[in-house]
Design a protein around this ligand. Sequence first.
Ligand SMILES: [Zn+2]
Ligand SMILES: [Zn+2]
Length: 363
Amino acid sequence: MQTIKAAVCHAFGEPLRVEDIHLRAPEMGEVEVTVDAVAICHSDISYAEGSWGGSLPAVYGHEAAGRISAVGPGVTGLSKGDSVVVTLIRSCGSCAPCASGSPVSCETPYNGDMGPITMPDGSKLHQAMATGGFAEKVVVDQRQVVRISDQIAKDVASLVACGVITGVGSVVNSAHLRAGQDVVVIGAGGVGLNAIQGARIAGARRIVAVDMSADKLEVAKEFGATHVVLATHKAPWLAARKALGGRGADAVVVTVGAIPAYDQAPNYLATGGKVIMVGMPHVGGEATYEPVNLAAAGQGMVGSKMGDVVIQRDIPWMLDLYAQGRLKLDELISGRWSLEQINEAIADTKTGSARRNVIVFDR
Ligand SMILES: [Zn+2]
Ligand SMILES: [Zn+2]
């Protein structure tokens, strides 16, 4: 048992408290990672605000990178000192989805209330998203981490733990986009910019970014959007369809959690196209669509969890693209903050910046 600093949520909607917590040693199949960088994701904020419920007190944070500082029994292929990315994708390796190559859909439950962290008095502390990354160290299952090159800066590496794999994966893995197809990406935030990058990497013919903010659309162009449409137009899909030669898109990737975006998404589709549902609305939010239109046009709607990523396959691939200059990561970071500044960093993220704020630890 060791004492570490972490940002703890005691009540939804209240500032996180940076304080001492207890972390136990890694057990069977687990590794301890000393965190060098952890990015702030909108999911962390949604949890901290209570949008999705969950157990309290809790430590959020799930996009981390660091070095392995201890290894539990039964760990293979990872050693103390290895640089790693830590993800929230905890997979058992043996349930039906895991065995079918879909670890993001692992059906073996994980109880974060029984995880490796506790309050100093021994009471329950929830390890949110199987990670609890807003902390100096984490203990996670070995399958949640991917070894990476020491050459890659940890703040950059932390980004591929969630936002980047979700965005790029939504196009490459969930939409199975072929080179030459047309894509609409709704929302040019952290995930949206990466869906745009994914479409560029996959060889999309035209990539239309749709967002409420003209500033974000300018950034979208830097990431590969060939056309941009302001979502504040009365019928933005008409402008998008025009940009796509009148036909609509083969894939419409919804990267925001806004219900109107989901209501409107089918309007952007070409015959045979698919809506890829990535953004997570608040619990209870309902969107409507006309099944007859989808059925008659052979269209579909597909949920995309974490970009259907297989981390051991996709993270090394994406970091190689980064090293080759084909995937933008440095440009995704808007600010670097200390753990003590986490509430300011969260407030800055909530202003709607498209890019990521990253908590970095100076050691
Ligand atoms: Zn995330
Ligand atoms: Zn499983």
